[in-house]
Design a protein around this ligand. Sequence first.
Ligand code: PLP
Length: 394
Amino acid sequence: MRTDSDAASRGAGLYHGARPPAPAPGAGAPVYLDHNATSRVRPEVVETVAEAMRETGNASSAHAAGRRARARVDDARREVAALVGAAPGQVVFTSGGTEACNQALRPCDPARTLVSAVEHPAVLEACPGAARIPVDGDGVVDLGALEAACAGRAPGWVAVMLANNETGVVQPVAEAARIAHRFGARLHCDAVQAAGRMAVDFQALGADTMAVSAHKLGGPQGVGALVVRDDGAVQGLLRGGGQERGLRGGTEGVAQIAGFGAAAALARDGAGGGARLRDGIERALAAAAPGFRVFGAGAPRLPNTSRMLMPGVPADIQVIALDLAGIAVSAGSACSTGRAEPPHALAAMGVPEDEARCALRVSLGWDSTEGDAARFTAAWLDVWARCGALREAG
Ligand code: PLP
């Protein structure tokens, strides 16, 4: 299984390290529909980061410059907390979602840890050997199986993500937390894809720790947070300096954190948009392409994500063809050698491997337009028509 981020692994896999081809002449302005890999940074965030970088100051210094840096970090902490329904004092800034999940789960005993089968590698590989709780055909975690596993294993920790990065399927985290707590376990929630795209309420979900990441919601890459209900429940991965209440040593990245705060404030104002564009794409493709299917369509999903089947056409071929048309979307996972692996979330849902390999991920974002959706729909249908021979051969 890949160990790097969604975007890095996919990019490396498709072109095997070669320079990506230039868009075909006349392809039009680029259309970016890969926000689950990383979202375009909002212009206001760029300004905030630049402004913070123009100032000097370590947030731990006592002088005025240090106090100004501290104020930026504190402001951002308030914004991030407000975005996810937490108290500012529960937010620990990290280098991103991967670090946050590792901080929560690395110290856990795998024999006493349960994770949903569709978790991101940031969770799965933070606690390898943890038992996996199955999901149904729509990718929703089986709460009966969770309860049975809790009864059999006396777990210390349970991990259930809020929204899946591959399908957008939203998990019943509050119910999972109630089950975990009933058996004396704590619950970690990976909300990296959910924050900024749906309402997230740390308190109401009952999670004990929650991971969020700035670059999925229009903020900078390389900054995120672990939200912590009880500081005693987690340990610092990085020691030294005592920053972040001793839970994350190292000088705070003031500019990145300020950018995270700005992005969180904008996302909270509801600029993320609803499911109208995504649903329009799905309806148009379903009407025109026999065999088209959306994975996880029977479950609640993030409004921006569609994992869709173009039968008989491998997703990496779809990605290259769409890239040549100036449209950025994503195929399944790819390991570091560039060999495509069937996405593990789809495998856990029981999707046959030949279908999983033909499943494209489209993820819209705060800057997506009707025009983008129309360009994608037309280009997808063009690839579909041109790959008719491939389909018949398959
Ligand atoms: N969790 C999920 C669900 C993700 O989609 C990602 C990134 O793709 C991560 C965790 C890791 O976050 P980051 O890229 O900030 O390390």
